[in-house]
Design a protein around this ligand. Structure first.
Ligand SMILES: Cc1cc2nc3c(=O)[nH]c(=O)nc-3n(C[C@H](O)[C@H](O)[C@H](O)COP(=O)(O)OP(=O)(O)OC[C@H]3O[C@@H](n4cnc5c(N)ncnc54)[C@H](O)[C@@H]3O)c2cc1C
Length: 465
């Protein structure tokens, strides 16, 4: 057992299960301190995340305490400036799990070099992923650009590898503190009223993530293939914010699905596969984090229209399914996948606004925001991503509503102004023409664009590239 202190850098891995860095640190050291680095600037455009992170730190601190491990939160301008100060300290070894974003992985290499030079013991572990992305490539060594063959290979590789059994964290002898000038998790949580309601919908934490997974596999996974499309019912797992913050490892999800072997499990696991695919894409093609994966879209004639953009953000477009989605996002920090596709398509195709504006808004509002899924999701919708929906396939928000929210229950939940509108008109309230039920333009906006005209305009714009 080393006399040094074991430090563990916690990033998006607020869990005890399958946390290799924590296991190794507690195996090697009697005294372990975990730390979280809070970069205020990073969270400026990820407001919703502050709420989740603050609550997660609170919960994880308690859990780690039971193992005599403290969790210290340090505010820093940059990771680099924090580690420059840390290099000056002695008597510690350091451990962390990978975060699969190009900047983090680049930083891992820089840190490795510096820790080597300073002769400080460090170890980096596999993070929250099934396969290391470098392991899943075509026979010719190039990365996959299409999901289906990617996933066929990735699944095979994962199954053949048989990941090691989960090792338990050991209890440390004594709880100590290591850093000065720490802050509390409460200092991260914002005073904004906006996410006061999030607590009504979510309880961040590992225990809850594991319970949610169990309940989903027991009661819902069998119907997942169908019910995942209907935003009015809870047909999906709603695990995304927990996965994002590492409160559950995707290997745990895989194991639970395999143990139960129910219908629907392979469809569900394939969605985890999309997450793997997106992480592979952003790491092999990092240019897509800044712009279009497909370069021909660099010439696309996007329009700047702040009136349209604001109406979209506020859920005031006059298209009920779009507005319901945007209001669900604002109120709960989450939006159903089907509706993410509908609102996304509406922004880039009906309003001709650059997908980057949508990506930015989602980044700020989503509790499950992660670079890989958000950027890829948006480029899938816009048609400029790898294996994306073709641009010319334009979602009709009326038909999408009628198909996936037949009785308008989802719409009525999030747009209560439409609660008395008969089903026949719920996805096209402008046809109702009964002011006793709905005063269009007063109770609820008139459509900001006409669907058919917008569709033609979008197709013409597409011809330009
Ligand atoms: C425009 C757009 C933006 C998106 N932004 C994000 C984002 O920032 N973060 C995020 O996690 N997902 C994002 N998604 C993907 C998807 O909408 C969410 O993962 C899903 O809605 C989360 O709900 P769930 O946990 O109930 O999903 P489930 O259906 O229960 O799926 C289980 C898990 O699989 C993964 N998953 C499911 N669908 C997808 C998908 N289409 N692509 C990649 N992974 C998927 C998620 O980790 C999810 O938690 C985006 C999709 C679109 C169209």
């Amino acid at each position: 057992m080393s006399k040094n202190i074991g430090l563990v850098w916690i990033k998006d891995d607020f869990r005890l299960q399958k946390n290799l860095a924590l296991v190794e640190a507690t195996k090697n050291h009697d005294q372990v301190v975990a730390f979280f680095l809070y970069k205020r600037k990073k969270f400026e455009d990820q407001e919703a995340q502050k709420w989740w992170v603050s609550k997660s730190l609170q919960e994880f601190k308690k859990k780690l305490s039971e193992y005599n491990i403290s969790l210290e939160v340090i505010e820093t301008e940059t990771y680099k400036s924090f580690f420059e100060k840390l290099f000056k300290k002695k008597n510690f070894s350091i451990y962390w799990n990978k975060t699969y974003e190009p900047n983090y992985l680049k930083f891992d290499s820089l840190l490795s070099k510096n820790f080597d030079i300073k002769k400080i013991k460090f170890k980096i572990f596999k993070g929250n992923i099934l396969n290391e992305f470098e392991d899943v490539k075509k026979n010719d060594g190039t990365p996959f650009k299409v999901f289906t063959p990617f996933w066929r290979n990735a699944e095979k590789i994962y199954i053949e590898k048989i990941p090691p059994k989960d090792k338990k964290i050991s209890k440390c002898i004594k709880k100590i503190s290591f850093f000065r000038d720490t802050i509390t998790e409460k200092q991260i949580d914002s005073k904004k009223k906006w996410y006061k309601k999030f607590g009504k919908y979510w309880v961040p934490g590992e225990e809850n993530a594991l319970n949610e997974l169990k309940k989903f596999v027991k009661d819902k996974i069998e119907n997942y293939s169908d019910s995942r499309n209907f935003p009015n019912i809870i047909g999906t797992s709603k695990l995304s914010p927990f996965i994002k913050h590492g409160q559950i490892h995707v290997e745990t999800i895989w194991d639970e699905c395999n143990r139960n072997r129910k219908n629907g499990a392979s469809k569900f696991i394939a969605e985890i596969g999309w997450r793997e695919f997106n992480h592979s894409l952003i790491n092999f093609f990092p240019h897509m984090l800044k712009g279009n994966y497909s370069k021909k879209f660099d010439k696309f004639p996007w329009q700047k229209n702040s009136k349209f953009l604001n109406a979209w953000k506020k859920g005031l477009t006059g298209y009920p399914i779009v507005d319901a989605g945007m209001r669900e996002l604002y109120s709960t920090g989450w939006m159903h996948n089907r509706v993410r596709m509908i609102v996304g398509s509406f922004l880039v195709k009906h309003l001709l606004i650059n997908w980057k504006e949508g990506e930015k808004h989602f980044r700020n509002c989503l509790l499950d925001f992660n670079e890989a899924n958000n950027v890829s999701g948006w480029q899938w919708v816009a048609g400029c991503g790898a294996d994306a929906a073709p641009y010319f396939r334009i979602f009709n928000p009326i038909l999408q509503g009628e198909k996936f929210d037949k009785e308008g229950k989802y719409v009525k939940k999030w747009v209560p102004q439409l609660k008395d509108v008969p089903i026949k008109f719920i996805h096209k309230p402008w046809e109702l023409k009964n002011e006793n039920i709905l005063k269009l333009g007063k109770d609820y906006p008139k459509p900001i664009v006409n669907h058919e005209e917008a569709r033609k305009k979008a197709l013409n714009a597409f011809k330009k590239i």
